[in-house]
Design a protein around this ligand. Structure first.
Ligand code: NAP
Length: 237
């Protein structure tokens, strides 16, 4: 029988569609109370209502990771409702810029990718770490991409790749700094998944991509920290 996580609280950002929504569904099926973050509150409410119809414990919260006041309000909501956070999944992501190259990239696009993919996740971490420290079983999962792996990096998608490589740096920094507080922090690549970002030709389903993320969200207390994984297997940085 699958382990039960009843009573544990998870927050997933960018969760109104795509891999984030898949992660919410899988965590809720494991027994988590899941807070579904969406920058468009109406979309978040619609997605949550559909999951609640399946009998799952899902609560929406308005959360734009690029907006400090939105992140602070979401933190206050989770603090007021639950008093702590057990799992934070930084899933919100944008700007897979396959139309441009590093040699002549639009730096405004790079800045936007950084705002969401790197600083967005960082901002959410800073806001929620005090609540994660109250957990005793805290996990942070940064949804990254092999596009951000220096080991396998080629040309193309410059804004996205640089922002995800920097997100991986954040994973290493936080994993080390939070080790003594027993907060486990990892980067995960979901693989190439058929979502709006991944496109229709992608070979993996949302459920498969989400499972790769959920693996890291449900690691045991003595599980690995400061790593980069896909499907539970280490990836080269
Ligand atoms: N699909 C792939 O093949 C693939 C591969 C490797 C890594 N990833 C990563 O997996 C994660 C999820 O990707 P996906 O494929 O599910 O993409 P997606 O279908 O495009 O969904 C992206 C989600 O992020 C949200 N988002 C964007 N900017 C946001 C912001 N400022 N604040 C809050 N939410 C924001 C979107 O909200 P709206 O609906 O409001 O736009 C949407 O819910 C991303 O981090 C992505 O980089 C995906």
């Amino acid at each position: 029988m699958a382990e039960s996580f009843a009573g544990r609280v998870a927050l997933v950002t960018g969760a109104n569609r795509g891999i984030g929504l898949g992660v919410v569904r899988q965590l809720a099926r494991l027994g988590f109370d899941v807070v579904l973050g969406a920058r468009d509150a109406e979309k978040g409410e619609r997605a949550s209502a559909a999951l609640r119809q399946e009998g799952l414990s899902v609560t929406p919260v308005a959360l734009d990771v690029t907006d400090q006041s939105s992140v602070d309000a979401a933190r206050d909501f989770v603090a007021g409702r639950f008093g702590r956070l057990d799992v934070l999944v930084n899933n919100a992501g944008a700007l897979y810029d396959d139309w441009q190259r590093a040699e002549n990239a639009d730096l405004e696009t790079a800045r936007e990718a950084f705002e969401t993919n790197t600083l967005g996740a960082w901002r959410v971490c800073i806001a929620f770490i005090p609540l994660l420290k109250k957990s005793g079983h805290a996990r942070i999962v940064n949804v990254s991409s092999e596009s951000g792996s220096l080991a396998s990096m080629g040309g193309g998608t410059p804004a996205y790749s640089v922002s995800k490589a920097a997100l991986n740096v954040l994973t290493r920094k936080l994993a080390d700094e939070l080790r003594s507080a027993r907060v486990v922090v990892n980067s995960v690549c979901p693989g190439w998944v058929a979502t709006e970002m991944g496109g229709r030709d992608a070979p993996r389903t949302i459920a498969e991509g989400a499972a790769s993320v959920v693996w890291a969200a449900t690691l045991p207390d003595d599980g690995p920290t400061g790593g980069f994984f896909r499907d539970g297997q280490p990836l080269d940085w």
